[in-house]
Design a binder for this molecule. Structure first.
Ligand code: G3P
Ligand code: CA
Length: 269
């Protein structure tokens, strides 16, 4: 394989468990990161949003409907937006039964609970600020919480935390407030636009459906805000064939619901 930025030649891409090991445990729960840890995976990805009373919580959709029993518990509160419920109301919901009965009683974690578990598991986090347009100030609030939980001390910072978003504005804000944090832009800017993104993003985290070997090598030719070549974590790769293909392209990491499948494919590669 061609050596690529971010990983020594032969190491292969970093494997990131998407919403935790979400093919095997309910996404964005403590169970899903425990599952990733039990399978031997240290990098996990999550999605952060905010409750009506200002608590940061870990959940992907902007509504509670798909991944909790909110429709049964609060039948008259359609469309069940995360931002319309208090943290206490959300803490009563079951975020595991939809996935399987053995996960009954699993909760939507607060970001604080989630960070504590990531620490306890000695894991590393790709934290996505989700739907920031719905939550003014969520960047500063997230950084404050990360700081309070001890995640922003220099030293190990860049080796265990990446903040990513589809929002350019959010990433610019994070980079301005805490320039030491590694950031990832979710999307596929044109090659011509990459230097502008490299002012505030260390990574360009593009869908695997949107990239090519040429795109990955072009991206590696630009330096990010910390003077290192731009990196790419591509998503969401759940098959061995795709994992091998993007590894040939030279990606730095693969975000996947099935980290075991990717590890088998990439190790054999
Ligand atoms: O980490 C990449 C991926 O999570 C972005 O898409 O919708 O799964 O948050 P989504
Ligand atoms: Ca995500």
């Amino acid at each position: 394989p061609t050596p690529h930025a971010g990983a020594a030649a032969g190491d292969g891409p970093v494997i990131v468990s998407h919403r935790g090991a979400s093919a095997y445990a309910p996404e964005n729960t403590l169970a899903s990161i425990d599952k990733a840890a039990a399978m031997g995976f240290s990098w996990v990805e999550n999605d952060v949003q905010r409750t009506r009373d200002g608590e940061l919580v870990v959940i992907h959709d902007d509504t509670l409907a798909r991944t909790t029993d909110v429709e049964q518990v609060y039948p008259n509160r359609a469309p069940w937006k995360v931002k319309d419920f208090t943290a206490e109301e959300i803490s009563r919901l079951d975020a595991g039964s939809w996935f399987g009965s053995r996960y009954k009683g699993t909760r939507v974690p607060t970001l604080k609970q989630y960070m504590n578990r990531v620490s306890r598991n000695h894991q590393k986090l790709v934290l996505e600020i989700k739907n920031p347009e719905l939550y003014p100030g969520i960047e500063r609030q997230t950084l404050r919480l990360l700081g309070n939980e001890g995640w922003l001390k220099p030293g190990r910072l860049k080796r265990r935390l990446i903040v990513q978003s589809f929002s350019i504005g959010s990433l610019r804000t994070v980079h301005r407030l805490r320039p030491g944090i590694k950031t990832g832009y979710l999307g596929t800017p044109s090659i011509a636009a990459l230097p502008a993104y490299a002012e505030f993003a260390d990574q360009i985290n593009a869908s695997y459906t949107s990239i090519s070997a040429g795109y990955v090598s072009a991206l590696h030719s630009f330096d990010g805000p910390h003077g290192k070549p731009l990196e790419i974590l591509t998503w969401t790769v759940n098959s061995g064939d795709t994992a091998r293909r993007v590894t040939r392209y030279g990606v730095d990491g693969i975000i996947t619901n099935t980290p075991d499948v990717v590890r088998r494919a990439v190790t054999a590669y």
